[in-house]
Each structure stands twice: as structure tokens, then as C-alpha cells.
Design a protein. Structure first.
Length: 185
């Protein structure tokens, strides 16, 4: 069965954005970006909250001419996947292959997992927290940026205890570290 995967670039102290909403400190270099692309290639559907979609939709029309190869590759990966955006306020999608759902329904996501032929990715810490609390997330890909930001938007939810099994780790020249975990049975 396809997996539901949560991936996030996070500071060492566990934030995807600092107290001012900035996340530029987590911009991946070419090496990290190429690694992310290989992880994202099997994803057939992205699940996003509104704010994460607002960030990611730039890939729909981004001009990647002259950009590093990893950026052009990611744009193609993103454009070829389906997207589900959970939002009570978004009127229309600004990208192809995108549908809007008003509420996150764990049972609907379970059915999606059962019927999917490719992996599913949940993006954004708030939506991921709902999926984690519902026991839907099978694997975690956390990219630790070599920075401490002191507060902001947490990458993982409070009040959840999960035992995880480390499947892989990878160090990058930039100081980033990738940790790949599976939910322990």
C-alpha cells in the first residue's frame, strides 16, 4: 500500500518558520534539493493546508530557465502530481490537478491511501499534525537545517507520543541532515 509521508525542512530546534514567519534560513542548496527530488518522485498526491499551498503553488508557473537543474526537475515533479488543498476560504485552485476540500477527513484520507497507486505527501505542519494525531502518517522525512531560530511555527505537534524507527540518515556538505523515520508497529 502507498505510504502517507510527512516531509519538512526544520530548524534544529524544531520550527518550519521563525516567529516572523520567515523560512529563508531553510532554503535547500542544489545538493539538498536534488536529494529531496528523489524522495518526492514517487509522490502521486500532495495534501496541503491553505498556507502551504499558497507557498507551493509558485511551482505551477515558475520560470526555471537558467535555474539549477534541481529546481527545474522539482517543478516537473510538482506539476505532475495531484493536489488536495484543505481550506474553508479558498475559492478556486491556482494550479492544475488540484481540488479543494473544506475539511480534513481522516477517513477520506484512509480511503485515498487504500486506493492510491503512488505515495501521498502531507505538507504543512498544521495539516500534518491532524494526520499524525489520526495515526495516518507512515513515514517522516525531516531535514534539519543548521540553525536555531528560537520559536515560531513548530514542525511537529505537541501532545503526541509516537515510537519511530530510524530508517536512514544523511549528512550534506551544507550542514543539513536528513532523518528518515517510520512509525513503529
Amino acid at each position: 500500500m502507498p505510504k502517507l509521508i510527512y516531509s519538512a525542512i526544520t530548524s534544529l530546534d524544531g520550527y518550519v518558520a521563525d516567529e516572523n514567519g520567515n523560512f529563508d534560513w531553510g532554503a535547500p542548496d542544489e545538493e539538498v534539493h536534488a536529494f529531496v527530488n528523489e524522495l518526492e518522485r514517487p509522490v502521486g498526491t500532495y495534501l496541503y493546508g491553505r498556507r502551504m499551498y499558497d507557498v507551493m503553488v509558485a511551482w505551477e508557473t515558475m520560470d526555471t530557465d537558467g535555474e539549477p537543474a534541481a529546481m527545474e526537475d522539482y517543478a516537473q515533479i510538482w506539476r505532475s502530481a495531484d493536489k488536495v488543498v484543505y481550506s474553508k476560504t479558498l475559492e478556486a485552485a491556482a494550479s492544475a490537478r488540484t481540488r479543494i476540500e473544506r475539511d480534513f477527513d481522516p477517513d477520506a484520507v484512509r480511503r485515498l491511501k487504500e486506493s492510491a497507486d503512488r505515495d501521498i505527501s502531507v505538507g504543512g505542519p498544521h495539516l500534518a499534525a491532524d494526520a499524525i494525531r489520526a495515526g495516518l502518517v507512515d513515514e517522516y522525512h525531516l531535514f534539519l537545517a543548521p540553525v536555531i531560530v528560537g520559536g515560531g511555527n513548530q514542525s511537529l505537534p505537541d501532545g503526541v507520543h509516537l515510537d519511530l524507527e530510524l530508517l536512514d540518515d544523511h549528512r550534506f556538505g551544507s550542514g543539513f541532515v536528513h532523518l528518515h523515520y517510520r512509525a513503529a508497529s
